[in-house]
Design a protein around this ligand. Structure first.
Ligand code: SF4
Length: 454
């Protein structure tokens, strides 16, 4: 485009500059590289960070900028049945209702069995939840089939209105069996559900279980105030943990964090390499909120997929010693998997990589992995969070440095505007260097550390 005198217009100049900037492997002002003054104008720059926000940022700064800072909402589909978010919400709330129904107060450890009273409690928890408006809004011809995938196989004291053909089992009865299995195998017991640290309350809250925060779902309030996790970090932190298990008769009380996932979830390699923060951040939030009487010893994902999958992930985030404590038999939950998490040193240049022997001839003691776990949970996490929060306030919001699959670019609502060039990924990671940007260990190009840690 040109004006009447044949001069390029301002918009044309800007477009060419943008295209040239994005074509370059250098990070330019067109790649989410903002000034601290610009980013300070947005409320998100001072809003407490949740684990999911941290994970969004480390996965893709540009997506974080569009979604969280600029508040550009992703287009919403309007499916006839519950979408993935609503299904997840429903399952979370049914589990929370079920555990609460077995307690006299939040924090009381719960043992789960298979006699009919547990079937009844699970069924009633499910019925109470499906009567809420967000579920009733989907009362279509297919709705009963969906509910059957949830309720089939439960054997409550009354009639199961959504039972299926003989032998057909929905998610809730499978979850009940899984919880019973955990009660027999593990020492940890469910104690707090939907445990909220730094809840966004509209007003004063004086009950331990309250319907505050998003969507009026009940939460167990651990503390209303967000917490400071990292000295001098420009952000405070908040979050909600799906389930907190405690190990009875331990002092300080050992706790584990459980996160329910209805889809795929990260693994311990993602945690180790700095592309997933959710589980370690949950433990740090709980440590701050519950105080010195509690000792965070591990965290795990718990898979819940309609109608067939319910159970703890085989890849817990914990030390070998603590995992052994986690299982009542005294054996690690998953011996080989456990040694995969802390079988590295943080600085391979200073300390040679050491592989733990997962067989009988262990070269390192359980105490080593225990210390590494705490070292990771505090020192490594603090270092990373300091870099991340400083990068956020400095205005570093570049497109992902991860591979397209890992960043889920194919499913990203902002793919049309970020103009990511994955073939320049390595050059960009080099360009950012280690000064202001957060570059996950998984993509650090120069040190070779990422290779050593695999
Ligand atoms: S498509 Fe990929 S790089 Fe682009 S905004 Fe989405 S996640 Fe980031």
């Amino acid at each position: 485009m040109a004006n009447a005198s044949g001069e390029p217009t301002e918009r044309l100049r800007a477009g060419v500059a943008c295209a040239a900037g994005r074509r370059s492997p250098r990070t330019t002002a067109y790649d989410g590289d903002l000034s601290p003054e610009t980013i300070a104008q947005f409320g998100a720059a001072s809003t407490p960070l949740s684990p999911s926000r941290v994970d969004r940022y480390v996965t893709c700064g540009f997506k974080f900028y569009a979604r969280t800072v600029l508040d550009f909402e992703e287009p919403e589909a309007a499916p006839l049945e519950l979408d993935a978010l609503e299904s997840g919400r429903l399952v979370h709330n049914v589990f929370a209702r079920f555990i609460r129904s077995l307690q006299s107060e939040p924090g009381e450890p719960v043992a789960v069995g298979t006699d009919q009273s547990y079937h009844t409690a699970m069924y009633e928890a499910g019925i109470a939840e499906i009567e809420r408006p967000y579920v009733q809004a989907h009362d279509t011809a297919f709705h009963d089939g969906w509910l059957q995938r949830l309720f089939a196989g439960l054997d409550p004291a009354g009639t199961n209105e959504y039972d299926g053909p003989a032998g057909y089992e929905g998610l809730l009865v499978r979850a009940l069996r899984s919880l019973t299995d955990e009660t027999s195998r593990f020492t940890a017991r469910p104690a707090y559900v939907e445990a909220d640290v730094g809840v966004e309350a509209d007003g004063p809250v004086d009950e331990p279980v309250a319907t505050t925060g998003r969507d009026d779902d009940p939460v167990t309030l651990l503390t209303e105030e967000p917490v400071d996790l990292v000295p001098d970090a420009p952000f405070r932190f908040r979050g909600k943990v799906d389930r907190v298990d405690v190990v009875p008769d331990t002092s300080p009380t050992q706790i584990t964090a459980i996160d329910y996932k209805t889809g795929s979830h990260p693994n311990v390699t993602d945690i180790r390499e700095g592309t997933s923060f959710q589980l370690p951040l949950y433990l740090r939030l709980l440590e701050e909120a519950l105080g010195p009487g509690f000792d965070p010893i591990g965290a795990a994902y718990y898979t819940l997929k309609l109608p067939t999958e319910a159970g703890v992930s085989a890849s817990p985030f914990t030390s070998r010693l603590h995992t052994a404590h986690y299982r009542s038999s005294g054996q690690p939950l998953r011996r080989n998997g456990v040694s995969s998490l802390f079988d590295y040193h943080r600085d391979p240049a200073a300390e040679p990589f050491a592989e733990l022997d997962s067989g009988n001839g262990e070269e390192e003691t359980d105490l080593d992995t225990d210390e590494r776990f705490y070292d990771f949970l505090h020192e490594t996490l603090d270092d990373r969070l300091t870099t991340i929060t400083n990068a956020m306030t400095e205005g570093v919001y570049h497109p992902t440095l991860l591979e397209a699959d890992d960043a889920k670019c194919d499913y990203c609502a902002y793919a049309d505007v970020c103009d990511v060039r994955h073939h320049q990924r390595v050059d960009r990671a080099d360009d950012h260097g280690l000064e202001t940007a957060y570059v996950p260990d998984a993509v650090r190009p120069s040190t070779g550390a990422g290779d050593d840690r695999r």
